[in-house]
Design a binder for this molecule. Structure first.
Ligand code: BES
Ligand code: MN
Ligand code: MN
Length: 463
């Protein structure tokens, strides 16, 4: 069989160039200004899929951005893998903190024995990781080693909550017949400690508006006599956690599934270096819910965070003003069995109830998503485990991730299909942050691992 390493040696530059052409498209789904670019990105992905040898490649319309489809059916009786990923990206701001402009990819950090990182918005989340699957398919088709049927579902609205995808899934049940979803949109513990994500947190995302006086006021003439909605909002938000780091919304923890000591013990097997973690993040100390470790706080426990806040004057210099309104965007990460809609309601009720009489509160829910836990005693988990064992030379550790991919729970609910979260990024890739990157090592390790997954999956499904 042809050696994939030789293929990398001969094609490294062309492969990197093709990924860079993906990274040059500013497919920011959240910003209406970039609408055309998001559509163009769908075409770019489709073109690469065609070039790789996928068949029936086309854009499937949704009520939002299209889904890129492509397939390769090798045999009607072979198991079918559906590759899911997203071609949209998060907004790149704050722009001034980027070393290279976010949509002008650059390779840096090359060192002896380390091929460097590719810096651009979307490099790891999720273009680089979707690209892995396209190149892996290309390699398997060139060498006639594809043992499974494959279908692609690459969407363009993941970063804004996949609002139109549930309806799309309902309508596409016939097309998307398959056995399992294969998703690379998560991270490894480290390049020498491979891992497979077996859980994702859910999400309830809220926006709040606090209104005080009916217009902005002079902060000297009125300050001290009229409640400032910015001050009030800060106090309300501060009250959402108690001194034990627990969330104070009544009923918030009612449905939280507590792990058994044995389950917590098993998760604690995943290596974690608290000192390195603090150093990496530039913090002197950590914070969180009492009674839980840092990895637990960011995976098996729910959380509540302000994602953005604004009010009053934020331009250059000082303007004395007592603002009329203050706003915040607040996310709650959920764990099994919390229901995103129920949590959104509990939040709205509580936030309204704690509003003092001198302000009015308006709460608006944004997107949400269900948490996921993935069993490990399945052919697909074992296939991913065998594949990584083979290419990384070490058995991957199951870990529960803290992020969300809202659609994964619905793959099971709507299509009855489980997912494998075999991601190749690193937590240090700075996804959603300035200077997002993806390791070139990780890119090629991914392209090498995916064909091994197909091989093991075909074997385990047939036995
Ligand atoms: N790829 C991430 C999710 C992720 C990252 C999971 C790292 C596990 C480890 C995904 O693109 C993402 O950012 N999801 C959003 C969902 C939201 C916008 C609805 C998130 O988690 O904030
Ligand atoms: Mn992603
Ligand atoms: Mn993301």
């Amino acid at each position: 069989m042809a050696n994939i390493q030789d293929y990398f040696l001969q094609n490294k530059q062309t492969i990197l160039e093709e990924l860079m052409s993906w990274l040059r498209v500013p497919s920011i789904s959240a910003d209406p200004h970039y609408r055309d670019s998001v559509f163009r990105m769908a075409d770019v992905v489709a073109e690469s899929l065609r070039k790789a040898g996928a068949e029936h490649v086309r854009l499937l319309p949704t009520k939002g951005f299209p889904v890129v489809y492509g397939e390769k059916i090798v045999h009607p009786d072979a198991p079918t893998v559906i590759v899911y990923g997203h071609y949209d990206v998060q907004p790149p701001d704050p722009l001034e903190l980027w070393i290279n402009p976010p949509f002008e990819p650059q390779i840096r950090d090359e060192a002896p024995g380390f091929p460097g990182n590719i810096y651009a918005r979307g490099a790891a989340d999720d273009k680089g990781q979707v690209f892995i699957h396209v190149k892996a398919l290309e390699w398997m088709l060139r060498h006639e080693t594809l043992p499974c049927n494959v279908r692609f579902m690459i969407e363009g609205e993941e970063e804004v909550g996949s609002a139109h995808l549930p309806e799309f899934l309902e309508e596409s049940k016939d097309l998307y017949q398959g056995d399992v979803f294969l998703i690379s949109d998560t991270s490894l513990i480290a390049n020498d400690i491979p891992s497979i994500t077996v859980g994702l947190r859910g999400l309830a995302y809220m926006e709040v508006e606090v209104t005080g006086p009916r217009m902005d006021l002079h902060s000297g003439v009125y300050g001290g006599a009229v409640a400032n909605p910015a001050n009030v909002l800060c106090r309300m938000i501060a009250s959402l956690h108690d001194h034990h780091g627990r969330i104070t919304i009544p009923g918030f923890y009612d449905d939280v599934l507590e792990l058994t000591p044995a389950e917590r013990q098993a998760l604690a097997e995943a290596p974690f270096d608290e000192e390195a973690y603090k150093k990496e993040l530039g913090v002197q100390a950590l914070w969180g819910e009492e009674g839980f470790t840092t990895p637990e706080r960011s995976s098996i426990r729910p959380s509540l965070d302000v994602n953005g806040m604004w009010s009053g004057y934020i331009g250059e210099g000082a303007k004395t003003v007592l603002p009329s309104k203050a706003y915040a965007k607040i996310s709650m990460r959920l764990v099994p069995n919390q229901d995103p809609e129920k949590i959104a309601e509990l939040f709205a009720r509580h936030f309204t109830a704690i509003a003092p009489p001198y302000v009015q509160v308006n709460v608006k829910p944004h997107h949400g998503g269900w948490p996921v836990v993935i069993p490990t005693d399945t052919p697909e988990y074992r296939a991913a485990e065998c594949a990584m064992q083979e290419t990384f030379g070490r058995k991957p550790v199951p870990v529960r991730g803290g992020g969300s991919i809202p659609i994964v729970a619905l793959f099971e609910r709507i299509l009855g299909l489980k997912s494998v979260l075999m991601g190749f990024g690193l937590d240090s890739d700075a996804i959603h942050s300035p200077n997002e990157r993806f390791g070139i090592y990780n890119l090629f390790k991914g392209i090498e691992t995916v064909p091994a997954f197909y091989r093991h999956y075909a074997r385990l499904k047939n036995s």
